[in-house]
Ligand binder design. Structure first.
Ligand code: FES
Length: 79
């Protein structure tokens, strides 16, 4: 796998996420104590995670509030 530059440092505000499309795939990058990337796709109904609210390492899908760990991509709950 080759590294590809998709953003400049500072493009994503602290504590926020942003969606990028690269090689036909949409990813979410979060600036939360470092930069973390995961698929920008909630497994519930395909919502974008990038605009979700962060609480520590957890992002909340803005559509129906499922939670994911931004470091591992793991689904944490589906309340
Ligand atoms: S699409 Fe993410 S919780 Fe429903």
């Amino acid at each position: 796998m080759a590294w590809k530059k998709i953003a400049e440092k500072g493009d994503i505000a602290d504590g926020k996420g942003k969606a990028y499309k690269i090689d036909g795939k949409q990813i979410a990058i979060f600036n939360q104590n470092g930069y973390h990337a995961l698929d920008d796709l909630c497994v519930h109904q395909d919502g974008s995670l990038a605009p979700g609210k962060l609480d520590g390492d957890i992002v909340e899908c803005p559509l129906h509030f499922w939670h994911y760990n931004i470091k591992s991509g793991e689904l944490k709950d589906y309340l």
